[in-house]
Design a protein around this ligand. Structure first.
Ligand SMILES: CC(=O)N[C@H]1[C@@H](OP(=O)(O)OP(=O)(O)OC[C@H]2O[C@@H](n3ccc(=O)[nH]c3=O)[C@H](O)[C@@H]2O)O[C@H](CO)[C@@H](O)[C@@H]1O[C@H](C)C(=O)N[C@@H](C)C(=O)N[C@H](CCC(=O)O)C(=O)O
Ligand SMILES: Nc1ncnc2c1ncn2[C@@H]1O[C@H](COP(=O)(O)OP(=O)(O)OP(=O)(O)O)[C@@H](O)[C@H]1O
Ligand SMILES: N[C@H](CCC[C@H](N)C(=O)O)C(=O)O
Ligand SMILES: [Mg+2]
Length: 493
């Protein structure tokens, strides 16, 4: 693409010599010098670890034909100065790839918990309608039947516009994506033309990155602001859980119509009555188009919220009540979310991705309603992440379990002992209520070897993850595989 044409899509600072840059054809846009090839346009991004401006020279050596930067860099190719590299990256990538999100339905989901679960619900509903769908989220990226691994829950703007383009080329109708607060604060989703934005809930997480809860809520609200002004002929909506304390922040951030959902008060999408049982949930959802009785194998009151959110989006898109019901009832569950490990043992083993105080409380309260024996919880906290959630997660585990085994999650670059100390130092050491077993495998083995008939073991925090990050190195580790192997080993012994 011609560089002169391309830069018309963003705001620049310096006067550009039109004749020079009109001669440059850009073969790719890159934000990482290691990816630059001959003919690339390199955008210097100031990161949290390094400053991309320091890599401009390397990018030119690799073949970059021009540089986009926020400050002058000493290279012998044209340098286009911009007021914001974050905006320039989004504008240029969006233009380079032909504004791909405008040609598809794009649904953005934000909130502390429930995003991944909701992507699975919406994928099931839009697939049931007969649409081709794509999903971008924590587990992976899915385009039709293809699954592509991702590093971040919400990737950077360049990756997003590039892959949205690919999705449009592959005739995807609807893209469902998780939008993390990191992504919103770092401008990773700028330029995406969202049709709907969903707010699930807000509770403590990421206070290593956000200085306080208001900053975290403000970041989430940016998704609702990005829906823009209502346009004639195009209906957009904000689907919002009004039972959450922070819902007002989201409601006030958007000019689009609000589809509220609630379990407790009057809302566009609400619940008449619900029943939680060991076999799942059953409840009646009231919508302006009529009632939908739902029976699902998904467990936990919190999943009613996820289902209401899905119904809110589907309702906005005119999906029939029958299709909504059928898609939700067929969904077997989400990998690593309340996933039962069943090898015909006489005790229950649940693997769940709860890694925040609120999600851990939710999953344990669900277990409280389903249990028939003792509850044994295995839990740890990730390293290089919010330290203040550690004692709170420990308290949640202690409050609802007969026994807790504190263990390692992903220590990353932190000392595993220090993380476990942060979790347990306020607890009474003499209590025989908890143990600390640093090795996750040994912790799972201890729980399985000692489980009695009808006991329930919760292995929390890692869900679908297939690795454990120790000292910055990833080793293969899957709670589900390890639990199954140890259950079978106990049966043989
Ligand atoms: C803390 C954080 O959010 N970091 C993100 C951030 O990295 P960073 O700011 O450290 O980047 P950097 O390494 O300083 O690099 C700056 C620039 O220099 C460039 N560079 C760098 C090196 C080089 O040799 N050449 C070069 O050009 C880089 O490509 C980049 O453009 O920008 C990167 C690109 O967008 C992200 O991949 C990275 O996510 C890291 C891997 C991460 O772990 N993030 C987590 C905290 C996160 O974002 N999590 C949320 C989900 C949370 C949840 O769901 O609960 C997510 O959306 O994944
Ligand atoms: N609506 C909800 N409210 C509270 N807790 C929930 C809700 N939905 C799921 N959970 C709990 O949170 C855990 C994570 O759920 P899920 O993966 O759907 O959330 P997420 O928002 O995608 O998380 P992440 O920020 O890590 O991507 C689940 O394993 C479950 O324990
Ligand atoms: N997206 C979340 C996942 C946390 C999962 C947990 N297992 C951990 O490592 O803390 C994060 O990166 O903070
Ligand atoms: Mg997720």
């Amino acid at each position: 693409m011609n560089l002169y044409e391309l830069i018309q899509s963003t705001q620049t600072i310096n006067a550009i010599d039109r004749e020079t840059i009109q001669k440059i054809d850009v073969s790719a846009i890159e934000m990482d010098s290691r990816q630059v090839s001959n003919g690339s346009l390199f955008i210097c991004m100031e990161g949290l670890t390094v400053d991309g401006h320091d890599y401009a020279g390397v990018a030119v050596e690799q073949g970059a034909k021009a540089i986009v930067a926020e400050k002058q860099v000493d290279v012998d190719v044209p340098v286009i100065l911009v007021p914001s590299a974050v905006h320039a990256l989004a504008d240029l990538a969006n233009a380079f790839y032909g504004y791909p999100s405008e040609g598809m339905n794009v649904i953005g989901i934000t909130g502390t918990n429930g995003k991944t679960t909701l992507t699975y619900l919406l994928d099931a509903i839009f697939s049931e309608v007969g649409q081709k769908t794509a999903v971008i989220g924590t587990i992976d990226m899915k385009i039709g039947d293809k699954r592509i691994p991702v590093e971040n829950t919400t990737p950077d703007a360049l990756f997003l516009h590039r892959h949205l383009h690919l999705m449009r080329e592959e005739n995807v109708d609807t893209v469902v994506m998780e939008v993390s607060s990191h992504a919103l604060k770092q401008g990773r989703v700028l330029g995406i033309d969202f049709d709907d934005a969903v707010f699930t809930n807000l509770s403590q997480d990421h206070l290593d990155y956000h200085p306080h809860m208001d900053d975290y809520a403000y970041a989430k609200s940016l998704l609702f602001a990005q829906l823009g002004q209502p346009l004639q002929g195009k209906t957009k909506s904000a689907v919002i859980n009004i039972d959450d304390t922070y819902s007002d922040v989201m409601v006030r951030s958007t000019a689009q119509s609000i589809i509220s959902y609630s379990l407790e008060q009057s809302a566009v999408i609400q619940v008449e009555d619900y029943e939680l049982s060991p076999n799942g949930l059953s409840f009646v959802v009231k919508t302006p188009l009529g009632d939908i009785p739902i029976t699902t194998k998904m467990s936990g009151k919190f999943n009613i919220y996820n289902i209401l959110a899905a119904i809110g989006v589907a309702y906005q898109h005119g999906v029939s009540l029958e299709i909504i019901k059928s898609a939700i009832e067929q969904l077997q569950g989400v990998p690593g979310r309340f996933e039962l490990i069943d090898a015909n043992q006489d005790y229950t083993v649940v693997v769940d991705f709860a890694h925040t105080p609120d999600s851990l409380l939710n999953v344990l309260q669900t277990i409280e309603e389903l249990k028939h024996g003792r509850v044994i919880t295995i839990v740890g906290c990730g390293g290089d992440r919010d330290r203040s959630k550690r004692p709170k997660m420990a308290d949640a585990a202690i409050a609802y379990s007969d026994e807790v085994i504190f263990t390692s999650d992903n220590p990353r670059t932190e000392d595993p002992h220090a993380i476990l100390k942060d979790m347990t130092k306020h607890l009474d050491d003499n209590s025989n209520h908890f143990k600390v077993i640093e090795s996750r495998r040994d912790a799972i083995k201890t729980a399985i070897d000692n489980a009695g008939e009808r006991d329930m073991i919760l292995i929390a925090g890692k869900g679908h993850e297939t690795y454990q990050d120790i000292a910055g190195e990833r080793h293969h580790f899957d709670d589900r595989e390890v639990a199954r192997e140890l259950i079978l080993a106990r049966q043989k012994s």
